[in-house]
Every structure is written in C-alpha cells, then in structure tokens.
Design a protein around this ligand. Structure first.
Ligand SMILES: [Zn+2]
Length: 688
C-alpha cells in the first residue's frame, strides 16, 4: 500500500478526489502540481489503462466496416488519459523524484509494459488496420492521415502481426532472449568498469594533474578503503583527466588498457560471446520478418532508409576525416620529438599530447569565458534568437503551479500576441533530479479530440549553480546545451498536427536541436547576449576568435573515433551469416581493412559497445547524420541572413510543424529545395 505525503492511502482516493482524474481547472490547463501527491499516480494509471482497454476493445468489436475514422483515428485517440498521466509522471520522476514516486514507478512499470503489449498485439484490431491499409488508395486521406495509417500498419507488421503462430512464438522467444542478454551485457560491463582501480601511492606519479583532479582521486581512494592513496578508475570522469594531464606515461597506458579491455578479460564478465549471440538473434529476427539483414529491418523506418545510404555517408566522412587525424598525429609526434621523448605516439598518449597542442594553439580557458555567460542572460539570448527567427515572445508567469520550486515558467506568445504554449525551465542539479539535460512535455499539441490542445514544454538541465554572491555562470558547453534543448522545445512549440501519434526518427530528431547550437556561437548573437556579469561589457572579439578557432581542434580524432564505432555497428548489423562469429576478430580485421590508424581505437569496442545493445543498434550513425542536416540547414540562413524571416518561416512550416507526421526526406527537401549535402559539416569540423 502506498502512502503519500498527505497520509492518504491508495484505497482512500476516490476518482473524484484525484486531481489526475478530474479537470485540472488551471490556467492553460497545466498539470495541478500543487495538488498532486505520489499516491494519486497508481490509481490514475490503473484507471487510465482500464479506459484505454475499453476503448481498444470497442474498436476491435465494432460491427461497422473499418474506416480511417472508426479505426485509425479512434486508435490514435485511445489512451489519452494514459498519455497525460504518463507525461506528468515522467516529468516528475525525472526532475523532482522522491522515494514515494520511485516506489510507484517500480509498481506500475511492469503493469504498463504488459498493458502496452496487450494493446499492440490485439489481432482483431490489426485486421481492421489492415483492411483500411489495403484499401488506402481508394480512400480520401490527407497526407497526415496517410502517413499515420501507413506507419501504424508497419509498426504492427514489424512486431510480427503477419507471421503465423509458430513464427510469432519464435519471435517472442527471440525478444525474450535478447532482453536477457542485454541485461547481462550491461551487468558485466558495470562489473568490469567498477572492477578496475589504479591505486597510486607515490605522490610523484600525480605530476601534471590539476588540484581538483588530485582531490577527487584522494576522495575515491578514501571511499574505496585506500586511505592516503589516490585512485583512478575507467569511469570517464576519472579516466579522461588522468589521460589528459598525467605525466607518467606507463600509468596512462595501464589505465587506458584497462578501459579498452572491459568485457574482454577472459573472466566471468566476458561480453564478446554475448555480443555475438545478440547479433545472431537479431539477424534471425530480421530474416523471420523478411529482411536480409538487421540493418535493413532497422533503417526502413529511419530517414536514412537503407544501409547503403548510411555507408555512403560514413564512407565519405571517413575519407575526409582520416587524413586530418593523421595530421593531428604528426603534430603530436612533433611535440614528442621536440621534447626528446624518443617514442612513437600510442593510443593512450592521444589526450595528453592533444592538450599540449591545444594550449599551444588556442590558450582557451573556460574560466575566462564564464563571466560572459550569466544564466539569465544566456536564457534571454535564446529567447531573443527565437524572437528574431519566429517572432515568439516569452512572458514570465507567476502563480502557476510548477513541478518544483526551482522551475521557472513562461507563456510563449506568437508574433501576433496569440497564445502558443507554456514552457517550464529548470536549470540546476539536485538530488531529486537525474543527470544530463533534456526537453520533455507535459502536453503535446494536437487536435485529435476536435479542439486544439496547446503544448506545455518542460526543459531540464544540470547547470552550474550560483555560489555565494556570484550568479550562475555557465561553461561554453552548458551554453550550447541550453540552445540545443531549446531547439527541442521549439520543435514542440511549433508542432501543428491533428493526430496524437507521431513517428519520429533518431536520425532526424536532433536537427531542430542541433541547428540552434549554431546561433549560440555566432559572433553577432554572442555580442547580443554575452555580457560580463559585473561590468556589462560585451564579450571581446579576441575571445570570440578563440571560441571559433578552437572549434576545429582535435576534430580529426573525434570524428574518426566516432565513425569507427558507427561503421563497426553497421558492419555487425549487415552480416548475413553469423555462424561462429568472433566479434573481436571481426572488429580488428574490419577496422584494419578501412585504414583505422593504430593510435585510435573505435570509440566503443564490441565488448563494451552498450549503445548498440540498446536503442542504437544500426543507429549509432544517427548523431553525425543529424550533423549533416543541421549544418546544411543552417547554411540556408548563412546564404541569406542569420535571421532571414522567409527561411525561418519555411523551416517552421515544413519541418517543425510537421515533425512526426511526414516523411523525413520529404520534410527536408521541402525546406531546403534539395537533399542535404555534407560539405557544410566538413567545413564546420575543419575536415576540408
Ligand atoms: Zn537532443
């Protein structure tokens, strides 16, 4: 039994008393955060699932012939309450959680998973969808309706709806096995990552490390019962500073070797066999569903569409980036030689000599920049960019319930003063918030019920807090992150769709966010918002030049390291024969064959490539695919002007307004007048 803060128990909350089950009665219909208790959620979920079940059963048992309206639109409308409750619950568990909410989460997640399977696998419903789908050419459908129908049908087919019973049973068994292997892989990786420690007892071995890094290592030692020593681990926040600053080359080598051997040490946490099994099962699943390879299956619903198109992009980028990385290697070797090092640069030397090179070339110090990035000014800078592009204005709202006392809330108004939506912004870390930065929703724009539902957006970060009298001063990374997340917010605020169900894609969804990062660092925009928090002076040109110049730094390495992992992911998922697969041998042979230099490892090796165990299988390429899009799309502004109204209007109408309801390439070419080109990305990274 769940006890909420008010002491009410689940049983005692009648629907009429549950703010999630009654009209909110708030301004702009924002969630009634001030009246919500953890104990309200489980009964609301139970009620919402029951309502969706009834709605779906009504669709399945409808005696009228299937139509778009009585089947597709009805399915799209079903589960409305469940979505609302889930959005609020997700927002709160992410940014304002509590032991009570976590307990609710554990209780409801299995119920939600079972419910969603039950809804998706209803064969009567599928037969009705299929009947509408098979006759789609004879029906008068809008472009959005047709897209929804085709994707709804395809998602069910991809889950096995057209297979016979034994095949479906095999598919379920494969899915089951895959999910167990995924958990095992993750558990092994965690054990391997936690299992290694570099214990330093001689202070001389700390030479070169900044004081803050030494202090963190001393604390890690205390935590691990190595009192008086210093400990470094293969967790990146511990490892990367050591690789970057530690003068002791042998120790750098030991630490990096431990990192690259995780999951491949021949002990009980060996991951290579698990990876091979996963690749094998995925191929079987793809074959069962009629695809030649797993990548064909996965990419069908992505913007890229086919493995060939992904390879085409990755190969071209590889050819451009590899010589730049080789050149960076030569520059670092020159430093080693000038210092009389007498050795060849090795993989574990890269960070150390790259840092020396960076200081030589740019002398960019984060602490020099921060005073120009006071958080309220950066926020106003983002608002200003949105105003210049789309005419939006932002009015602070007071008296509206917020998900947490630290969250700010604004009304977003269109250029003509009409209401567009609401945005919550919540900047700083705290114990009740998970790490990272993200942009979610408390309500998504749609007209599924015949009236307009306006978006309520929720932007959450973990940025530097104010300290003492000093306001929150952001790092350059944090500034770019705020612009990035705000791009996701604009994507939601500009949405102009009828139906609720969206089909978005990971290799397209970062276009709206990544394009905003470009404005963040444009000199004209920096001059507008980056003013010294004490003197009010705009950021000097010399600092802007350093920011711009340093953007090309080490991009050969970063691009090659990333591309190697992307290509490896594609290689594994385009295999057509997985008999006796040895993933480490394949990795070595394949990356050698495409010319990867020995000083660079793939960013992830097969034994610790966690991304492709989860949602990024045949999808790790998506980051740079979106990089091509955002750079090419931003060029459309550079070709006209930074805030060209017509270009902004086109981007809004043809991309942001439709995202999730139209083909990805169609949206892009409607905006750009042609398919994307890779040259802008290459220029941005200094690769051409
Ligand atoms: Zn993003």
């Amino acid at each position: 039994m769940l006890i909420g803060c008010s002491g009410q128990t689940t049983d005692q909350i009648a629907a009429g008393d549950n703010p999630l089950l009654t009209p909110y009665g708030t301004e702009f219909n924002v969630p009634p955060f001030d009246r919500l208790e953890p104990a309200h959620f489980e009964p609301a979920f139970v009620e919402a699932m029951a309502r969706q079940k009834a709605e779906v059963e009504a669709i399945a048992s409808n005696t009228e012939a299937p139509t778009f309206e009585n089947t597709i639109a009805a399915l799209d409308r079903s589960g409305g309450l469940l979505r609302d409750v889930d959005l609020i619950f997700g927002g709160l568990t992410g940014a304002a959680t509590s032991p009570e909410l976590q307990a609710v989460n554990q209780a409801v997640q299995p119920q939600l998973a079972a419910h969603s399977d039950e809804m998706r696998l209803n064969d009567d419903v599928f037969q009705r969808i299929k009947a509408v789908y098979d006759t789609r050419d004879q029906r008068e459908l809008t472009a959005e309706q047709r897209y929804l129908l085709e994707n709804m049908y395809r998602e069910r087919v991809r889950s096995g709806a057209l297979l016979d019973e034994p095949q479906q049973a095999r598919l379920r068994a494969i899915n089951q096995e895959l999910s167990q292997l995924r958990v095992q892989f993750g558990d092994n990786l965690l054990a391997e990552t936690n299992g290694f420690e570099l214990v330093i007892t001689d202070e001389a071995d700390l030479a070169g490390l900044p004081g803050s890094v030494v202090a963190a290592a001393a604390k890690a030692a205390t935590d691990r019962d190595h009192e008086g020593a210093w400990v470094f681990t293969t967790h990146k926040p511990s490892m990367l500073p050591f690789l970057t600053y530690a003068q002791n080359r042998d120790l750098r080598g030991r630490l990096y070797a431990a990192y690259t051997l995780r999951g491949n040490n021949g002990n009980e946490h060996q991951n290579t066999g698990i990876m091979a099994q996963v690749i094998d099962l995925r191929l079987e699943r793809a074959n069962l569903l009629g695809y030649e390879t797993y990548a064909d299956y996965e990419l069908e619903r992505r913007m890229s569409g086919t493995p060939e198109r992904v390879y085409d992009l990755l190969d071209r980028l590889w050819a451009a980036a590899l010589p730049v990385a080789q050149n960076e290697r030569a520059e670092m070797q020159a430093i080693i030689d000038a210092e009389g090092g007498g050795f060849q640069l090795a993989s574990h030397d890269w960070w150390y000599y790259a840092e020396k090179l960076r200081l030589q070339k740019y002398q960019l110090d984060d602490n020099e920049l921060r005073p120009y990035f006071q958080i309220d000014q950066v926020r106003d800078g983002v608002f200003w960019v949105a105003n210049q592009l789309y005419g939006f204005t932002f009015e602070p709202l007071t008296g509206l319930p917020t998900p947490h006392a630290e969250a700010e809330v604004f009304e977003v108004l269109e250029a003509d003063g009409s209401h567009c939506g609401v945005i919550y912004m919540d900047y700083h870390p705290r114990a009740s918030k998970r790490g990272g930065a993200w942009c979610g929703s408390y309500a998504r724009q749609n007209r599924a019920e015949g009236h307009e539902t306006d978006p309520i957006v929720n932007l959450v970060c973990n940025f530097t807090r104010p300290s003492g009298d000093t306001p929150a001063l952001l790092s350059l990374d944090e500034v770019e992150t705020l612009f990035h997340e705000f791009g996701h917010a604009l994507d939601n605020l500009c949405s102009d769709v009828t139906h609720r169900t969206l089909f978005r894609s990971a290799d397209f969804s970062e276009l709206p966010s990544q394009i905003m990062e470009h404005w963040a660092l444009e000199p004209a925009v920096l001059k507008h918002y980056a003013h010294h928090y004490e003197t009010g002076e705009p950021i000097p040109d010399a600092l802007i030049a350093k920011i711009t110049g340093s953007k090309h730094f080490n991009q050969g390495f970063a691009t090659v390291e990333y591309l190697a992992a992307s290509l490896l992911d594609m290689k594994l998922h385009t295999l057509t024969d997985t008999e006796g697969l040895d993933v480490m041998a394949l990795e070595q042979e394949y990356l050698d064959s495409i010319g990867l230099i020995p000083e660079i490892y793939s960013r992830y090796r097969c034994s610790y490539f966690g991304h492709i165990m989860g949602g990024y299988a045949a999808g790790y390429y998506g980051y740079i695919w979106c990089g091509v899009l955002d750079n090419d799309a931003f060029e459309a502004f550079k070709e006209t002007s930074l805030f060209d109204k017509a270009t902004a209007r086109r981007f809004r109408d043809r991309v942001l307004a439709r995202n999730g309801t139209a083909g990805f390439m169609e949206m892009y070419t409607d905006f750009r007048g042609r398919e994307p080109e890779i040259e802008p990305l290459l220029r941005k990274r200094g690769l051409m």
